[in-house]
Design a protein around this ligand. Sequence first.
Ligand code: CA
Length: 229
Amino acid sequence: MKPLVLVVEDESALVTLLTYNLEAEGFRVASARDGEDALLMAKEQKPDLVLLDWMLPLMSGIEVCRQLRRSPDSRATPILMLTARGEEGDKLRGLDSGADDYVTKPFSPAELIARVRALLRRARPETTAETLAYDDLSLDLAAHRARRNGREVHLAPTEFRLLRHFLAHPGRVFSREQLLDSVWGRDVYVEPRTVDVHIRRLRKAVNGRGDADLIRTVRSAGYALDREK
Ligand code: CA
């Protein structure tokens, strides 16, 4: 599951920018426009991280931060504060009130994402463990587990490697020979037909009843991870 970031900011242009950049980097995003909304969403959605603007209407970012820290649901949730440039006192008060780190506006999206990742790594190592995903299928490389639409997918080692290869290059068509090279290794002699056998097993494992077939057979070319339209 992709980590969920709760963006608390009243400027819609900034919310749009943050959402775009975070989603592009593989995060899910929820947003709140004021403090009360933020506290409610933190309770309901249990985000993995809160990105909190200092300047908010009704309730200041600092107050939101204090309240998040007081609530058992969000006591340990990493909080990254956004502060205005040059407000040295704000940064310190922010950290005092329980924020884990801060980023000064204006910031570069790359810097912000790097801080988000660093905080998540520190807080919950498993949320940034490498996960590959396509459509409703995801593969947790560290835990060696695959899931499709919430259901656990059981894979033998070869099917696991095959799926990992496809997930690293979604949409790309691989010939049987290319798959043999990448998945089985160059010095292993296996007949190209063996690939078909494993593709069949992978399909069977991945496609449950009613699921779309995620593996496309490209005649005389090979296979691709691709949702058939
Ligand atoms: Ca603001």
